[in-house]
Design a protein. Structure first.
Length: 289
């Protein structure tokens, strides 16, 4: 069968792809990834939607400054970052060398389906991103990641940033997005019983609406998915943007920039993390010669 020609990004098409993929995703028994997709489709969390414009703008600015021929997406909860690249480059993404790496095959399956439906190639890699790249591995013009550090223990985060920087071509760019909490609260973020019940209630209410209903799920099944997601989503808080800057500089990156995303543009953000009193930051740096 001939692959469809590559076209530009379309939000409705991406949602349709997630809906289409959901029946095959659920039997994979990956509580975090299945719940992440379900909660986005129900409108309970916003996923990347509230940050797309920022990321697309930053990627396009990097591409104007220096041609980008290859991109490494490090970590992928679903096909969200892949679709961000699609939006940034449009049909030109078909000419890029794009690789998505994750330790779970579940989001990679979503990326495979999305790329196939949209008509562009993508390489997929099941990988522990905490391990350094080998000396013979391909280097990339852009390494892109989102919220990855939240899933990494504090003692291992600087090393991970170093491994990401080591994947860059000379003058290539690391573009990293990460939430940073104020200096309060527990460094380990997990849902309280009350927060789980609230998430379940909001999901069931959305399921009963004509606009958001997922017909392949009963309410009992939906409640189980949401509770399993909440149990699986335990993350590590970052207390300061200084950690991001120090890690990037320690990794040998030059021209390091770290700036908060606009609160106005994030006004519609619906967080998936409990006690989400945080600011989302963009970190950017280039590999020196």
């Amino acid at each position: 069968m001939t692959a469809p020609p590559c076209t530009g990004y379309d939000h409705a098409a991406r949602r349709s792809q997630l809906l289409h993929a959901l029946p095959a995703l659920l039997p994979m028994q990956s509580a975090y990834h299945a719940g992440w997709v379900v909660l986005q489709l129900l409108g309970i969390i916003s996923g990347l939607d509230s940050e797309r414009a920022h990321i697309v703008r930053h990627v396009r600015a990097l591409a104007r400054a220096r041609p980008i021929a290859s991109v490494y997406v490090a970590g992928s909860a679903d096909c969200g970052l892949l679709s961000v690249l699609h939006e940034a480059f449009g049909a030109d993404i078909a000419g890029l060398d794009v690789r998505v790496a994750d330790r779970s095959p579940v989001p990679l399956a979503l990326c495979r389906q999305y790329a196939a439906a949209m008509g562009f190639p993508v390489a997929l890699e099941v990988r522990d991103l905490g391990a350094p790249p080998g000396p013979a591995e391909r280097r990339y013009d852009l390494v892109l990641t989102h919220s990855l550090l939240s899933f990494i223990a504090p003692h291992a985060r600087a090393a991970l940033v170093g491994h990401l920087a080591a994947r860059l071509e000379v003058a290539g760019s690391l573009l990293l997005y990460q939430s940073v909490r104020a200096r309060h609260g527990s460094p380990l973020l997990a849902y309280s019983p009350e927060q789980v019940d609230s998430m379940v209630g909001a999901s069931l209410a959305a399921q009963r609406s004509a606009a958001r209903c997922l017909p392949m799920l009963t309410e009992h099944e939906l409640e189980g998915i949401v509770r399993a997601f909440c149990a699986a989503k335990i993350t590590h808080a970052l207390a300061s943007e200084d950690e991001l800057v120090h890690s990037a500089r320690a990794a040998g990156l030059a021209g390091v920039r770290c700036e908060p995303l606009s609160e106005r543009e994030l006004a519609g953000h619906r967080p998936a993390t409990p006690e989400s009193r945080y600011v989302k930051w963009m970190l950017q740096g280039q590999r020196a010669a």
